[in-house]
Structures are given as C-alpha cells and as structure tokens.
Design a protein around this ligand. Sequence first.
Ligand code: HEM
Length: 337
Amino acid sequence: MTNPPPAPEPAAAAEAPESTASGDPQVPGPRRAGEPRRPTLRSDLRASWPDGLVALVITAAVFVLLYIRIRNKTSSTVTVMPFMADAGGFWMYFLSQAFGWSALLWAWGTVVLGLMLSGPRPSRLPLSGPRLERLHRTTSLNTIALIAAHALLFAAELVRHDTATWNSAVATAFVEAFVPGGYDSGTGRIAIPVGQAALYLAIPLGLLFYVRHRIGPKTWRVLHRCVIVVYVLSVWHTLLYGTNVWYDGWFRTSVWLLQIPIAALLLLRLLRPARRSEKLPGRPGETAKARTGWALRLGGRLAVVAIVVALVAVVASGRDGGRSVPPDDTSSTHNHD
Ligand code: HEM
C-alpha cells in the first residue's frame, strides 16, 4: 500500500466531516501553521492503536468465554463438531472465532459511525465531527485487521491438524482459507467465499479514502457507499457458518436484533442526508433520466423500509433461520465442515 505524500490543504476540508465538506482538498494552497494535514494511511494507522487495543481486550474476553464453554461442554460448537471437545487441542480455532466476533462488532461500530457522519446525528455527542470521522477511519482499519486475524488463525488451525509436510499443509490451508472455491465441503462452500468477499471488498473500499485526491472525491464517495455490502456479507457469513449461532436461541436472535439499528440509521441517512444535494426532491424532474433516477432513489428508500420491517418481524417471531438442536444421540451427525 503506497502512502500518499501529505499535501497542503485547508483545515476545514481536511478535517470537516464528509457531511459538510467533501472531505477532500478542493482549494489548493499552502498549509498554514497549526492546520492539520490531510489524514494519511500512516497517520491513521498510528491513531488506530487505542481502539485496536480495546478490540484485542474484547477478543481475549470472548476467547476465554468460548474456551470455558467448550470445557464445560455447553458450547454449541461441540454439538456441531463433537471432535472439538478437546479445548486445548483446538484453541486456535476458538481464538479465530473470538476474532470473528470482535471483527463483527467493530464492523457494526464503524458502520454506525459512518452512517452518523453521512446522515443525521444526535446534537449532543461527546465527540466532535472531526473526531467522530477519525474514529470511523481507525475502527475501519481495525475491522480489516481483525478479519485478517480471524481468517489467518483459521488457516493456522488447518495447518496444525494437517499431517502432510509443512509446506504442502501451508499451501492447502492458504487455498482453503483465502481462495474462493478452495474450501469445498459442507456449508463452508458458500459461507467461506461470502466471508472472503467481505474481506476482499473491505480492503479497497476502506483504503481508497487515502487516495481519494487521486481518484476524485465523487468517485470515492460512490465507491465508499458500497461498503455497506461488506457489512451485509459479514453478517450473512456469521449467521450461516458460526457454530455459536448455529441453533435457534437468544444469541442468534440478538445478532439479528443488532441489525435493526443499522437498518434504521441507513433509512435515516437516506431520508435526511447530511449533504443537501442527496435529498430526494418531492417530485421527479422533467427529463426521462431525472425521472428514472428519482424512481430508483425512491425505490431504494422503500427497500430499506421493507428491510427494517422484515428485521423486526424476524426478531419478534424468533424465526431467524437457526437449526433445531439435535437430540443427544444424533449430535454427531452434523454438517458444518
Ligand atoms: C477470508 C475470510 C474468512 C474466513 C476464511 C472465515 C472463516 C470462518 C470459519 C471457518 C468460521 C466457522 C467458525 C465456527 O465454527 O464457528 C467462521 C465463523 C465466523 N466468522 Fe468468519 N471467515 C472469514 C471472514 C469473516 C468476516 C469478514 C467476518 C466479520 C466481519 C467474520 C466473522 C465471523 C464470525 C462472527 C463467526 C462466528 C464464530 C462463532 O460462531 O463463534 N468472518 N469464519
């Protein structure tokens, strides 16, 4: 990843939330003393450690919880895969799961922050606009790192349990964890590529921010908007493949429940965008192109209303796609793979 050299730019454009300025250098000119530089990947990586540290502490706590549940045989991971009852033997797998949860939590948080920056946000927030914007960027960077750790630990666990020579074990694990289609059994045939798609899209869509002065603010904004797809893929991957949310129950329902605020914020962001130019006018324009654009934008807003309603229905009914817990004697007939 190349680091764009910090270029002079007015403070307001550099640090103002993207809602008020484009977040891009519009007016070139010499930087005055005390004015902040345009954030670079390097400066944001440097600023990422506090929330990265919090993420690591949370990951450690989740790991301990998962480990204890395996040891006490109360984890549904063991119900799905009885051979995993050996907590010490599969600790890397459980650590990978823990990183998966912190990655999902950070993805949730950074999406909430992003929607608050581009839509309405509470007037009484403890953080100023620029600080909120920086937190959005650092939590995004940490989300990518957490997903990478989750996938790498999964690959490492595959290597550990492979009896082939180390180089062939590493090659197989790499293909299974990182190459779409490389994992070819059970639910993983779909779930793993979904997770990989989330990771591979998150990297460019997140990091393009640092070269937005090269690609143009408009292109960057349009591309960055697609980042919501990364989040949807992440949630899909989790609900499809996570053995801790494999069966019906309150934990699986809670993961669904957490999606309601995201959908509601997305709806608010569409109805009351921070950039005035993104508001949906009361009536379509005169030309055919303007009318089509207007209808599409209206359709998008209605689709998000439908998603909010669907999420509420799923949570209220508890019909959230979870499997039924098998009776004890058939618990070994699982199909996680
Ligand atoms: C290269 C990409 C990825 C790979 C290879 C991968 C691999 C896996 C595997 C093998 C599992 C099953 C673990 C279990 O038995 O529960 C899993 C679950 C999970 N993954 Fe991923 N994943 C990837 C991307 C992602 C992404 C992008 C996220 C979210 C931001 C994520 C979050 C999770 C979560 C929360 C679980 C549930 C863990 C549990 O049930 O305890 N993963 N992933």
